[in-house]
Design a protein around this ligand. Structure first.
Ligand SMILES: [Zn+2]
Length: 349
């Protein structure tokens, strides 16, 4: 492995480190997509990679930067002319360069940015963080780039829902998976950012390996929703009335999109619960769980055929697709409950 020359501080990201650490610099492609849950270091890695490519200190590896050359200083200051970063939705029809929204890149900007060669560097890096293409024009801007990519230009795209990207776009990128972080890694990141150690440990334990989630969990409310979601899951599995009032889907002050967001949160936690339940059914009571704090509750669930438990994961995926449509959040939650309910009143022993 060529590895790293100079600095390159990231946590986790092992597949990406192995991939770029072994890549012959001359074989660098034009598009890489970093996929994985939110808060596992995709954008951090993309920024470190960009700085590595732009750093002017000679090295034999792709990864690593000196931190002291002019290019590194410009990069850290956010003013390197060959680094463009954009997050969120790409639209067309909006004028570019608006002082009000200078962080928002329109697809017209994107076309321009992608057609330029490096100003001062052999490379030019365009980072599209958690990007969504609002229009065909926006997607086409990127597809045009791949038809004839200018030398040295690299697009790094990060997403936690690769399924929401057009297949024509996805297929142009070399996909690199970012797995969840380890509990200790999340804890260390939180502590380094000033969270007191005890709270950091608790939040890391329920973070599912995501710094984003850990930070959300540090908010009391979130902890409540999490626990209530697992309780809801247990009730639904047992065929008991499952009280979803904690989701506040009847709250008239919330709009449909916000309610869908809340339902999405529940679905995500239910997926974790089902995965852990399947792990327990297949691997026995001491298998490692994603939601280690819920082990007791999950081991007390009424037994079900392991195959049926695994099938639940597919059913939950279906609910997730439904949740992305215009169906109301309450209906989605009710449909999810039906999927989880015991298949028949009788129980074989
Ligand atoms: Zn440098």
């Amino acid at each position: 492995m060529r590895g790293i020359q100079g600095r390159f501080e990231v946590t986790g990201a092992r597949p990406a480190l192995a991939f770029f650490g072994n890549l012959e610099p001359s074989r660098l492609g034009h598009g890489y997509s970093f996929t994985g849950p939110a808060g596992v270091g995709k954008k951090t890695f993309a920024r470190r990679l960009a700085q590595s490519l732009l750093c002017e200190t000679p090295k034999e590896t792709l990864l690593g930067y000196c931190g002291t050359c002019t290019a590194c200083k410009l990069f850290v200051a956010g003013t390197h002319p060959d680094f463009v970063a954009s997050e969120g939705t790409l639209k067309i029809g909006k004028e570019g360069g608006s002082a009000l929204h200078d962080e928002e890149l329109t697809s017209r900007d994107l076309v321009r940015e992608l057609s330029l060669h490096g100003y001062r560097s052999a490379h030019r890096v365009v980072l599209l963080g958690d990007v969504a293409f609002a229009t065909h024009e926006a997607a086409n801007a990127l597809l045009k780039f791949f038809e004839e990519p200018p030398r040295g230009v690299v697009v790094l795209l990060t997403t936690d829902s690769p399924g929401s990207l057009l297949e024509t776009i996805r297929s142009r990128f070399v996909d690199i998976a970012f797995p969840p972080l380890g509990t200790a890694e999340v804890e260390a990141i939180l502590v380094a950012s000033g969270v007191e150690p005890e709270r950091a440990r608790l939040a890391a334990e329920v973070s599912l390996g995501s710094v984003t989630r850990a930070r959300a969990v540090l908010d009391e409310d979130e902890l409540g929703v999490r626990d209530a979601s697992f309780a809801w899951f247990a009730a639904a599995i047992a065929g008991n009335p499952a009280d979803a009032s904690f989701l506040r889907l009847d709250d008239r002050s919330l709009n449909a999109a916000e309610k869908r967001g809340l339902a999405g949160e529940l679905i995500e936690l239910v997926r974790v619960a089902a995965r852990d339940w399947a792990a327990l059914a297949l691997g026995g009571p001491s298998v490692p769980l994603l939601a280690a704090d819920q082990r007791e509750r999950l081991t007390r669930l009424p037994p079900r055929d392991p195959k049926a438990i695994v099938n639940l994961l597919g059913a939950i995926g279906e609910v997730e697709r439904l949740a992305r449509s215009n169906v109301s959040a309450s209906l989605v939650v009710e449909y999810l409950r039906m999927q989880l309910a015991p298949p028949a009143p009788r129980r074989s022993t």
